[in-house]
Design a binder for this molecule. Structure first.
Ligand SMILES: [Zn+2]
Length: 176
């Protein structure tokens, strides 16, 4: 499963792809919503501190939750009187969805293996047979830190071309 670094780069790409025009493109709020949504599903790791049990890769890693996140952001933005509330909702839903996509293609060594994409409609866990991303260790010994540094470098190398492609596509559209 990719680290927050890989998810954040995906979030910036989603910001570029979902920005409707130049105003969205330079909107810090639009960018922040996309990046926060791309990283947010892993906040379930913190639930361990609440009851001591592992909640990682639970309901937050489902399409249902991505849709709910998008809807909640759109409604909250509208309630707050922010302009372009629907666009922010779309950025949030797409950012959350990018997290699921990256995790789907990640190497997973912590049970449960895979992610419950179709929760609550199916209890199945889904995972690509080919892993593009390395797993991230969660201990603080030298071996794990070295492995994680390698994993973060690798996912950055994988994600940068996607970010550049999104930027290039955006730039071309603005020119045309
Ligand atoms: Zn995740």
């Amino acid at each position: 499963m990719p680290s927050p670094v890989g998810h954040a780069i995906a979030g910036v790409s989603i910001h570029l792809l979902t920005a409707r025009d130049r105003r969205d493109l330079v909107s810090l709020r639009h960018a922040a919503v996309a990046v926060a949504a791309a990283v947010a599903p892993d906040l379930d790791l913190l639930l361990r501190f609440v009851d001591g049990r592992n909640h990682h890769q639970g309901a937050s890693h489902s399409i249902t939750c991505a849709l709910l996140a998008g809807g909640a952001v759109a409604l909250a933005a509208r309630a707050a009187g922010w302009p372009r509330a629907l666009g922010l909702g779309i950025a949030a839903g797409a950012g959350w969805g990018s997290h699921l996509l990256l995790d789907y293609f990640g190497r997973d060594t912590h049970p449960p293996i895979g992610i419950p994409l179709l929760w609550p409609f199916s209890g199945g866990y889904f995972k690509s047979p080919w892993a593009l991303f390395l797993d991230i260790g969660r201990t603080l010994d030298w071996h794990t830190v070295r492995h994680d540094a390698l994993a973060v470098t690798w996912e950055t190398l994988l994600m940068l071309p996607i970010l550049l492609a999104a930027w290039w596509w955006r730039w071309r559209r603005r020119e045309g």
